[in-house]
Design a protein. Structure first.
Lengths: 231, 231
């Protein structure tokens, strides 16, 4: 297994660093990393530093830092506009999409979204889920979770997953740069009047079956990642 | 949304049918289907019959049957050997894989599988999950869940998802008939000695990130479905 990854706001300069706070607690107390073990520090924006534990305290680790590397920002970006789902389905979607390689997530208050977000807390929960999933998946970019949008704010030309679409996602032409925006409906699907409100929306099909909202985004990202040569 | 689907052991002959038992209860009491509404009866083995509700009783529905259709057995078959995972991760994997189009699921008692199956109950739970997911996804074939296997029973030539593999799943040659077997490790991954025990195993990579066991199978199936022209 590859070395575990921990997030820091900014990659430290110099050869030594003390990892403390919640990430230090997680590394020292939960994952119980010991002297000599290797880990990766990541700034969540493409930057990583290899590190080796040289001292273990109570809730913190002393690290010797090695090679830095930087992964450029992805282009094209894979952006998913995700219909707000009830229960834990939204978080399951965010978790799996982050593993599979989403570059940005935009929550969407759709007509058929049963749950209504009345504070920033649910968005923050999605952002925390994306952060944890990016760490687990060893991704060097943590996908941001935007403030929720309404239907008219969905970018023009978005690929809208729809079971009755004539065109398959596996066959639709893809741009080689910029944003590829995929729209995933909430559990009850996308309402016809919503589709009409989206400028230049391009309905696309993802197989013959009806997919749950927590399955559709990750499956679409897998197909797109393979098509773009990322996988 | 497409009409809801209900499973029957055998598709009825004739023009009328009473749907009772657990499926009738679900249709009449939980989903509250009413006279005039449409549904689909499915035998889980490719056969379906369109139906219209002509009478609603307590826990049962009287149906008028319409057009029958039959979807041939898929070929090639997509078979996933799924490492047994702890908690609900196994069921989440089975659910999403069934939506995305797996044709058969084989539980695998891997070295790093924390959970041990000591009765048929967990297999039955996976089979129930596959059955429910196939209904929800409107699939006419319910993927069977086999008895658990050990490493030496994994079919020769299987594609083994492995983060260090040189070959990408999106590039590996695929047979046009027979079984395409994909092996997904449990949460701790596949042990080196297990890989050595699998005859002619073909390690393949699925992207640059580390995927959870409940994400890897669905993502692999999405890539394969697109490559096979199913999607």
């Amino acid at each position: 297994m590859s070395a575990p990854q921990f997030l820091v706001p900014v990659l430290p300069d110099g050869d030594v660093f003390v990892l403390d706070g919640p990430e230090g607690h997680h590394a020292a107390t939960v994952q119980r990393l010991r002297v000599g073990e290797r880990l990766v520090l990541c700034d969540g924006s493409g930057g990583t530093a290899a590190a080796t534990v040289v001292g273990a305290g109570k809730g913190s680790l002393e690290l010797s830092l090695g090679e830095r590397s930087y992964e450029p920002a992805p282009d094209p970006r894979l952006v998913v506009v995700q219909g707000i789902a009830k229960g834990d389905r939204g978080e399951l979607a965010v978790q799996a999409m982050t593993e599979v390689g989403v570059d940005a997530i935009v929550p969407w208050a759709a007509v058929r979204s049963v749950a209504r977000w009345t504070s920033d807390k649910p968005r923050q929960r999605w952002a925390d889920t994306a952060r944890e999933a990016a760490k687990q998946a060893r991704r060097s970019w943590v996908p941001p979770v935007a403030a929720p949008v309404s239907t008219k704010d969905i970018p023009a030309g978005a690929l809208v997953l729809h079971e009755e679409a004539a065109l398959a996602l596996s066959a639709v032409p893809l741009p080689s740069t910029g944003d590829i925006v995929v729209v995933v409906g909430p559990e009850g699907g996308i309402a016809p009047e919503e589709l009409a409100l989206m400028a230049d929306a391009q309905p696309v099909r993802l197989g013959p079956s009806v997919l749950r909202t927590s399955t559709a985004g990750p499956a679409a990202l897998a197909v797109l990642s393979a098509r773009l040569g990322r996988w």
